[in-house]
Design a protein around this ligand. Structure first.
Ligand SMILES: Nc1ncnc2c1ncn2[C@@H]1O[C@H](COP(=O)(O)OP(=O)(O)OP(=O)(O)O)[C@@H](O)[C@H]1O
Ligand SMILES: [Mg+2]
Length: 350
């Protein structure tokens, strides 16, 4: 079943960049084989939906040409609160086979769309305290969204082998890079330009996920408004560069106030998690996505949540050969967290 060593492309189609990673595996350890960040024109993908598939296909083709990648097998992912539902539900104890048979019926009450319009999957988390019951993570993804992504990938000349979910890609990325402590709750937080993916792991397994349509575009927009400047200039300010008459310190103040909405969403999600799990503590936040490159954002999270917050290193256990610019990759690495998780998937995985 597993095609070990063959390796597929992990392709993270975000709203601001296409991120591509390919890994080589030998004897259970990984080495980076391909790394690319390709800037997308704004508004091709909005809130997880493909708005302009023709230009997106062109961008993927440009990336393929630029990187010279020959592999066709590709793993992509989908996120977004409007097309993906991930819920932890409690069901009577039953075997995996039995649940496969009845999942459609069980899922119906939890999925706010027509059950015929979604692809369903599940993962049994194990028995609950109450006898005869078990916890299950239910995943429902709208078929039309999956089809949109698959047809774009095919149009670009690639072969889509797995359509994953951002939150699970992050879980896989964590699994190869970090030591799993069975009793600890770890929050994996990925904040991109327009999406927050939150996944809480207990003993390395995702037990709670939530996607929100907020992201670091809020910073870009606030900077543009405040200093009456272009999108490009606002992006440079976010990187700590001075622009026209605006100093990095002026920009930092605007960034801080524009962070409020994101920070309160994080606090709300953590509170919600605690309220559904009899107040289990979250011991650490592992933070990635473009927003984590904003200086000070992780200390803002730590300040607001009171939880130690570390910027993710998706290459912590992955060797970066000398042919790459290692210091650049390490600097930008947090943006690649989802792509690394996708590159770790193999055909035949569930
Ligand atoms: N060096 C940097 N410093 C600060 N912000 C940065 C830096 N590099 C990129 N960003 C910001 O990161 C964001 C993009 O991050 P990311 O690649 O995680 O998002 P995405 O996956 O394209 O978007 P989404 O998943 O939300 O659709 C942009 O808002 C960009 O301004
Ligand atoms: Mg993203």
């Amino acid at each position: 079943m597993l095609f070990k060593g063959k390796g597929s492309i992990g392709l993270d189609l975000g709203s601001s960049y296409i991120k591509t990673v390919k890994l080589k595996e030998s004897k259970g350890s990984y080495e980076l084989e391909l790394f690319d960040i390709h800037t997308l024109p704004p508004e091709l993908i909005v809130d997880g939906s493909i708005i302009d598939s023709i230009r997106l296909v062109d961008s993927i083709k440009e990336m393929i040409k630029k990187t010279g990648i020959k592999t066709k097998d590709t793993v992509i992912s989908i996120s977004g609160h409007s097309s993906v539902i991930i819920k932890r539900i409690s069901l009577p104890e039953m075997s995996e086979e039995d649940l496969s048979e009845s999942i459609k019926f069980e899922a119906e009450q939890y999925v706010p769309f027509d059950i015929e319009d979604v692809n369903l999957d599940f993962q049994i988390l194990g028995p609950k305290e109450e006898p005869g019951a078990m916890d299950v993570i239910l995943v429902a993804v709208k078929k039309d969204i999956i089809n949109e992504y698959i047809s774009v990938i095919k149009e670009a000349g690639l072969n889509p082998i797995i359509v994953d979910i951002d939150a699970f890609a992050l879980e896989n990325m964590y699994g190869v890079n970090y030591e799993i402590e069975p009793e600890k709750n770890i929050a994996l937080l990925n904040i991109g330009a327009s999406t927050i993916n939150l996944s809480i792991l207990k003993g390395g397994i995702s037990v709670f996920t939530r996607d929100s349509s907020l992201g670091s575009n809020l910073h870009t927009e606030a900077l543009q408004r405040e200093f009456n400047t272009s999108y490009e200039n606002a992006e440079r300010l976010k990187r700590g560069e001075a622009v026209e008459n605006v100093s990095p310190a002026d920009a930092a103040a605007v960034i801080e106030s524009a962070s409020e909405e994101i920070l309160s969403e994080i606090v709300r999600s953590f509170d919600y998690y605690r309220s559904t799990t009899l107040h289990e503590d979250i011991s650490e936040v592992i933070f990635g996505g473009g927003c984590s490159l904003l200086k000070d954002f992780s200390s803002m999270i730590a300040g607001r949540t009171g939880i130690e917050t570390k910027v993710v290193d998706p290459f912590r256990n992955i060797k970066i050969p000398n042919k790459f610019d290692g210091s650049y990759i390490r600097e930008i690495a947090p943006i690649m967290a989802v792509a690394v998780g996708l590159a770790l998937r193999r055909q035949g995985d569930r």
